[in-house]
Design a protein around this ligand. Structure first.
Ligand SMILES: N[C@@H](CCC(=O)N[C@@H](CS)C(=O)NCC(=O)O)C(=O)O
Length: 223
């Protein structure tokens, strides 16, 4: 039976899991809880109707159901998928780097989504971009000439780093101009089998970063 990954119609904090599942070729349903953006009081109703009926121990979105396994919290889901397909580091030294990178990726992603919701988006963007450039500088230095962040073997954090960096290029399209190795890293991920087809499909909308009510990055999704 196919597994299910469910989320709102946006990249938000879930798209790195979709990338991972498409890459490993898991048979899964990418379930979308459509947003009612015509009535702000009902935006979340499609999920709220079922939130406590799914048997999730800690109901939330994204959620992932794989038979008896029911997980929420985006990082817990991606870690489970990564273990299932052996996309995790195998030495303590690499595990430390992997976890360090994971939370850099989470920062890139969540700071980007939080920025999108700021009423003072244009002002807040200035400081955000300074932080993004400093972070990209560190990542570019660390990646060097390697294919992936832990060397030649792809790791689940590569997908999350892709997502965090790529989302910020939507806000700031020139942010990678000085970082050619990060540009190559993004295209390397984008050309992976499974990922390439998903990114070219109508299911993926690059500019759809967040939900309605945001100052930037909301794209109404057509199912
Ligand atoms: N730390 C959690 C955050 C989960 C969260 O805040 N989910 C938001 C969307 S980004 C939501 O709408 N959850 C549904 C709910 O609260 O009912 C994670 O990483 O999964």
């Amino acid at each position: 039976m196919p597994s299910t990954l469910a989320y709102w119609p946006a990249r938000g904090i879930s798209n790195q899991i979709s990338l991972l599942l498409h890459y490993v070729g898991e048979d899964f349903e990418n379930k979308v809880y459509m947003i009612n953006d015509e009535d702000p009081s009902k935006i979340r109703e499609n999920f709220m109707k079922v939130k406590y009926t799914l048997g999730l121990p800690l109901p939330n979105l994204p959620y992932y159901i794989d038979g008896d396994i029911k997980i929420t919290q985006s990082v817990a889901i991606e870690r489970y998928v990564a273990r299932k397909y052996s996309l995790v580091a195998s030495t303590e030294k690499d595990r430390i780097l992997q976890d360090n990178l994971l939370y850099v990726a989470v920062d890139l992603q969540t700071r980007c989504t939080q920025l999108c919701y700021r009423a003072d988006f244009d002002t807040a963007k200035v400081d955000h971009l300074k932080w993004v450039k400093e972070t990209l500088q560190q990542l570019s230095h660390l990646l060097g000439k390697e294919n992936f962040f832990l060397g030649d073997k792809i790791n689940f954090v590569d997908f999350h780093l892709y997502e965090g960096i790529s989302m910020n290029t939507v806000v700031y399209p020139s942010c990678l101009d000085d970082f050619h190795n990060l540009q190559s890293f993004l295209s390397r991920i984008e050309n992976l089998p499974g990922v390439k087809e998903y990114l070219a499909s109508p299911r993926f909308v690059k500019e759809a970063l967040v939900g309605p009510g945001a100052s930037f990055g909301y794209v109404p999704y057509k199912q």
